[in-house]
Design a protein around this ligand. Sequence first.
Ligand SMILES: Nc1nc2c(c(=O)[nH]1)N=C([C@H](O)[C@H](O)COP(=O)(O)OP(=O)(O)OP(=O)(O)O)CN2
Ligand SMILES: [Zn+2]
Length: 128
Amino acid sequence: MAACYTLKIVTDFASAHTLREYPGACARMHGHNWKVETEVRASSLDKMGMGVDFKVIKQATRDIAAKLDHRYLNDLEPFTDINPTAENIAAYFYQELSAQLNNESIRVHAVTLWETERACVRYAEDES
Ligand SMILES: Nc1nc2c(c(=O)[nH]1)N=C([C@H](O)[C@H](O)COP(=O)(O)OP(=O)(O)OP(=O)(O)O)CN2
Ligand SMILES: [Zn+2]
């Protein structure tokens, strides 16, 4: 069986959003303290015994979170056109992180976005 290490880091940000066409209070502007969990899979280790330094994953995730932090998400691409739901925000992190981090030995595996302490979305494209 091929080796597989799944690494996970957690970061957070705070921002406001409005869910367009939502049949309830979430159609009004409100805020969340979002928590982002980034999972990266590594198929091999470097000479230090790391799949990839946690610092690299943290920095990439924090850089994306910084663009959303203390902002009104509906004003920002791609959420001017698609609703800033937990699903769409998780997919946004996944795609941005994949473009930065994926290489021969590591791949972004999943992004979990916690909207509240009780509700989250996990987005992945390749579960194999
Ligand atoms: N599938 C999704 N459902 C909902 C989303 C979402 O992004 N994806 N978002 C919302 C709203 O943003 C809302 O702010 C969340 O509200 P809610 O889950 O009701 O959170 P509360 O903590 O206020 O609710 P409790 O019922 O007290 O748990 C809604 N749905
Ligand atoms: Zn909300």
